[in-house]
Design a protein around this ligand. Sequence first.
Ligand code: HEC
Length: 117
Amino acid sequence: MKKLLSIRIILFLAVAQASCEYNYEEETVDGGVNNCDIEVSYKDYIRPLINNNCMPCHNGDGSEPFAPDLRTFNGVKGIAELVKEVTLSRRMPKSGSLTNEQIASIGCWVDQGALNN
Ligand code: HEC
């Protein structure tokens, strides 16, 4: 009887741990997602990502006249599909590359309607 109980405890712990790992895979370390069932936040995730990776060129200061201005939500929302496309194809950012998770998270945010959330 005692042995059966300890087997149950081990099984319980194994299942608990597996479900933690499952969550970990869906939400990436930097707060993005691999799974579009999870809502991506513009304020908490997309905005900081753009600030860190796109601003040197997409800041509307005229030094890159053909780079669309991405300083505001409306500026990003207006060309959301294009933002998804150029990051997915790794055409942007010109200065380097985003991680797979960052690219997936941008795609999810656009597919979820490019919300100001
Ligand atoms: C080193 C400068 C630089 C960085 C960094 C950069 N871009 Fe660009 N981007 C440009 C320039 C210059 C253009 C216009 C010329 C072109 O399309 O190549 C452009 C064009 C674009 C376009 C319009 C493409 C089209 O076909 O009209 C989009 C959308 C875009 N960038 C998104 C982004 C996003 C999103 C990021 C950040 C993840 C980013 N860019 C980072 C320089 C940059």
